[in-house]
Design a protein around this ligand. Structure first.
Ligand code: FMN
Length: 167
């Protein structure tokens, strides 16, 4: 399905549903080498006066290497019916399998950035900030116990939404 450019600030959606329940794919890299992973933690709103997202990526993720090395990343929200692909992208690492081609999804490049043709929404984000969710900054010890028993902490990325496309 062709993607149409939209103004993200004019859309209305529920981020708890869109990100938290339906999940998204975070992708980064270039046509020669890129990676993607499923994510359900994130936010959307206004940061530094611009429509922006936040994404939270654990240190162990292969995708982190691509986000760290790119000026941009994308968030792809898939049409209904791709739960298997989302589960695969969220349980297997691109270090072990060729996720781009084994997921059943169709990789595309949007403004030069990796995404998927099965999208209902693609957000192209310019990386504006990278910040560690450091254990000493987490205010409740219970959070560390619950989420970081393996010490695999998250890095937070703020991305300015520089373009948005609807499937
Ligand atoms: C529903 C779901 C949500 C996830 N959300 C996140 C997330 O927000 N941040 C994160 O670091 N990992 C998250 N993961 C785990 C990664 O998607 C998973 O570890 C993936 O295999 C990493 O792939 P990679 O090594 O190719 O980057 C999630 C997994 C699932 C199934």
């Amino acid at each position: 399905m062709a993607l149409t450019k939209i103004n993200i600030a004019e859309q209305s959606f529920n981020p708890f549903e869109l990100m938290g329940k339906d999940w998204m794919l975070i992708s980064a890299g270039n046509v020669n080498k890129w990676n993607t992973m499923t994510a359900s933690w994130g936010g959307v709103g206004v940061i530094w006066g611009k429509p922006s997202v936040t994404a939270y990526i654990r240190h162990s993720r292969y995708t982190k290497e691509f986000v760290d090395n790119s000026e941009y990343f994308t968030l792809t929200f898939l049409q209904d019916g791709h739960r298997d692909a989302l589960n695969k992208m969220g349980t297997q690492s691109g270090r072990a399998i060729d996720k781009m081609h084994e997921s059943g999804l169709t990789p595309i490049f949007v403004d030069g950035q990796p995404a998927f043709a099965e999208a209902k929404l693609v957000l192209v984000c310019k990386k504006r900030c990278k910040s560690e969710i450091a254990p000493e900054d987490i205010l409740q010890e219970a959070t560390i116990d619950k989420w970081y028993g393996d010490r695999d902490f998250h890095t937070m990325y703020i991305g300015e939404i520089i373009a948005a496309y609807q499937g």
